[in-house]
Design a protein around this ligand. Structure first.
Ligand code: SF4
Length: 352
């Protein structure tokens, strides 16, 4: 067999807890296929969401797509696909819902609520720069609306496609772009981020955006205990070289049984057995015996001294390299993501 042929991705979805019935394939599951749905019945595009790991708590997010072809196995947004009746596994990666009227909706909403809108975040339910964006240009059009209404914007992405929109980003009064890069090399990224642009491509894009005068940061998230702690110094050094001035990290949080099932199944396919055992044991120590957190306030942090060591490693190298200093506060929005803080409130997503 030719080893350059990509393995077939077969349909695998944990049972959807919101569906009364679930089905199983008899024999081999079929291969996945990309399906694109246009959701024209959408009435609103701004979502108010609680996110304790971010300064200020409440976030106002814009997502022009549902689902994400990047397919990170740890992605917490997988659960949102279950609300649509799809699965949190390969359905999330291949059944993509597009909101073609997102820019028009955003304009209409901002006309009504611009005065109450402190900032908008492009992220949280999908990557705003999945490949479909190159055709649909919805994130771009929404950014144009933000420039028109002078709304501060923060973007989190894993895609170099963001560089296409530098001309619009430069028109925004206040903007920051965070690149999510939790692994230093393609080899280390691949088991958990099989379909994302490789880390090197993300760093190149970071350099391009920073060179255009736009504040950039790095999100080292998630830290998978027993796997990528040692990447922290190298990631921060590389981000510094590429012009980043802000950095945050957070621990892997597995929010639902479906995500846990999919994450563990894919890890067992792609990571050597001994390393899988190390990761699972480390996670269980951090989570008090299970892989999932017991309460929302523990979601992005660990319980053990090992986590404190990881935290100190991040803090030490952040300070050494000059990240997150007051000097750069003016460059960034006030809501730079924070390395974990406690909150007892449950996550919720509400339209308003
Ligand atoms: S790029 Fe972001 S939204 Fe997309 S799968 Fe990965 S973590 Fe989820």
């Amino acid at each position: 067999m030719c080893d350059t042929v990509a393995p077939v991705r077969q349909v695998i979805n944990p049972p959807n807890p919101y569906n009364k019935l679930s089905s199983e394939f008899v024999g081999e599951p079929p291969p996945t296929k990309l399906e694109i749905f246009e959701e024209t019945a959408t009435k609103k595009v701004i979502t108010k969401a609680f996110a304790s790991g971010w300064e200020g708590g409440w976030r106002y997010t814009v997502n022009c797509y549902r689902g994400c072809v990047h397919g990170c196995t740890y992605c917490f947004a997988r659960q949102y696909h279950e609300y649509l009746g799809y699965g949190a596994g390969t359905d999330f990666e291949t059944k993509i819902v597009v909101k073609p009227n997102a820019p028009q909706l955003l304009r209409a909403e901002l006309k009504k609520c611009r005065n109450k809108m402190p900032h908008l975040d492009f992220s949280f339910a999908t990557d705003p720069y999945i490949a479909l964006e190159s055709e649909y240009r919805l994130t771009r059009q929404c950014l144009e609306v933000c420039a028109e209404f002078r709304v501060p914007v923060s973007i989190v992405t894993k895609s170099p496609l963001v560089t296409r929109d530098i001309d619009i980003l430069q028109k925004l009064e206040k903007v920051s772009v965070f690149f999510s890069i939790p692994f230093l090399t393609k080899e280390r990224s691949n088991p958990f981020e099989p379909y994302t642009p490789v880390p090197e491509a993300r760093f190149r894009a970071m350099r391009t955006v920073a060179d255009a005068g736009i504040p950039v940061g790095i999100g080292i998230a998630p830290i998978i205990p027993g796997y990528n702690e040692s990447d922290i110094p190298g990631l921060l050094e590389k981000a510094k070289e590429c012009g980043a001035t802000r950095a945050f990290m957070s621990m892997l949080h597995i929010d639902t049984p479906s995500i846990e099932e999919y994450f563990v199944a894919k890890m067992k396919e792609r990571v050597p057995e001994t390393r899988v055992a190390k990761i699972i044991n480390s996670m269980k120590r951090e989570r008090g015996g299970t892989l999932r957190h017991n309460s929302y306030k523990e979601r992005m942090t660990g319980k053990t001294e090992q986590w404190e060591v990881t935290q100190r490693l991040f803090d030490f190298h952040s300070r050494r390299l000059g990240f997150n200093t007051k000097e750069h506060d003016a460059d960034h929005l006030f809501d730079t993501p924070q390395t974990p803080t406690a909150s007892s409130e449950p996550i919720q997503q509400t339209l308003f």
